[in-house]
Write a new protein. Structure first.
Length: 398
């Protein structure tokens, strides 16, 4: 299958590190853009050292940087900055996720680049945004989760605040950064002008919180585990084979069907359980009745029984079980790449499906400086100059 042509011809400069920033350009690369990954010539991206590592290659780095071209440049040198400025002259977008102020210190801030190229779109992803009194705080995912309200409502009742089991701040900020970049490119088609897109992990995570519960109702939500406070049953239940199943009978009709399947049709009209409000108010008694039934059946039995009647039900699966699902295989959620060092590896495929220009993962991530010579040659640098820059440690060539 040919490379996706959706963003063919778009040139993206990627001066990013770890997860949030690389996520922005991961999506763009999958859509066909030419993404130039700019890294330090010695240490590269910090994600190169994240496990799992096979033959010196990080799975985390490959999954976020596959298909990009690698340019190794020391941005702490005038010559290194000049190379990136040359790239920016005809680039469509520039993505970065360093501490606010770093780009200005390097002379690669939006104000400077927009004078070189008025149409360039810059996306800056950070923990707390480019402006405001907290903008210099470290932008780690768990820090943003803690200061967004997310951790305050995550965890079991009476238990400690808990971060989400995945890096939702990093990944979500990357996704929102990509949305902002594409919107700015659309606007550029009308105006001819680019702009600076400022994405904060904290801002993004606050959007996930049920803010009206407080701003409208004055209510501070607490930790409720997997249940929803005002909908019941909507929770996980233990099964006979010590697995967990999610059951979400979120209205009276679904609840009545569940009661019938459980062999307890009388519970549908029990005054404790005859409305969502009453079921929520009598949650302990409700859960006891459901658990009495689920613990008498295996996970597969419960899933089959409830799915046959169209009830919302799901097994809680580990990732090995998820990736083995025929549906997940059909959706190409996981794709195989041939990495020159790690061999055949599997990483996440594109979560966005296009009918006419499907996204295809073709190449693994670049080695540090893998395409430096190629990119500088495209910029018109003579071979002698490239060799001298490499000898001086300003760039790395492979």
């Amino acid at each position: 299958m040919a490379k996706c042509s959706l963003l063919e011809g778009f040139k993206i400069i990627d001066v990013t590190n770890v997860i949030a920033g690389p996520t922005v350009s991961w999506f763009l690369q999958d859509m066909g853009a030419d993404v130039i990954k700019v890294e330090h010539p010695v240490r590269g991206d910090d994600a190169r050292y994240f496990p799992p590592i096979r033959n010196g290659t990080s799975g985390a780095f490959v999954s976020l940087n596959r298909g990009k071209r690698g340019l190794a440049v020391d941005l702490n040198t005038p010559e290194g900055v000049e190379i990136v400025r040359e790239l920016a002259k005809d680039a469509d977008a520039f993505v970065e996720n360093f501490t606010p102020g770093t780009m200005k210190r390097w002379g690669l801030d939006y104000e400077t680049l927009s004078k070189i190229n008025p149409g360039i779109v810059m996306v800056s992803v950070s923990g707390f945004g480019q402006t405001g009194p907290m903008n210099q705080l470290p932008g780690y995912d768990i820090v943003a989760q803690a200061m967004s309200g997310i951790m305050s409502v995550t965890g079991q009742p009476g238990g400690p605040p808990t971060r989400a089991g995945v890096l939702i701040g990093d990944s979500s900020a990357g996704a929102f950064g990509c949305i902002g970049l594409l919107a700015a490119l659309l606007n550029k088609q009308k105006t001819g002008l680019g702009q600076h897109v400022d994405v904060s992990m904290q801002d993004v995570l606050i959007c996930y919180y049920d803010v009206p519960s407080y701003t409208w109702g004055g209510k501070l939500l607490g930790r409720t585990g997997n249940r929803l406070p005002n909908i019941a049953p909507f929770d996980n239940y233990l099964t006979k084979d010590d697995r967990w199943v999610i059951i979400a009978a979120a209205n009276n009709n679904l609840w009545a069907q569940l009661c019938g399947i459980m062999g307890r049709p009388e519970l549908a009209n029990d005054p404790r359980f005859d409305s969502n409000s009453n079921r929520s108010s009598n949650y302990d008694a409700l859960n006891e009745a459901i658990n009495q039934w689920t613990t008498q059946h295996t996970l597969n039995e419960i899933v089959e029984l409830l799915r046959a009647k169209g009830l919302p039900v799901a097994p809680i699966l580990n990732i090995d079980e998820v990736l083995a699902l025929p549906h997940v295989v059909h959706r190409q959620v996981c794709v195989e790449l041939d990495d020159p060092l790690a061999g055949k590896v599997k990483v996440q495929g594109s979560p966005i499906k296009f009918s006419r220009t499907p996204c295809v993962a073709e190449k693994s991530a670049p080695r540090i400086g893998e395409n430096t010579r190629e990119i500088l040659t495209e910029l018109g640098y003579p071979e002698e100059r490239i060799n001298q820059l490499a000898k001086n440690g300003i760039i790395k060539v492979v």
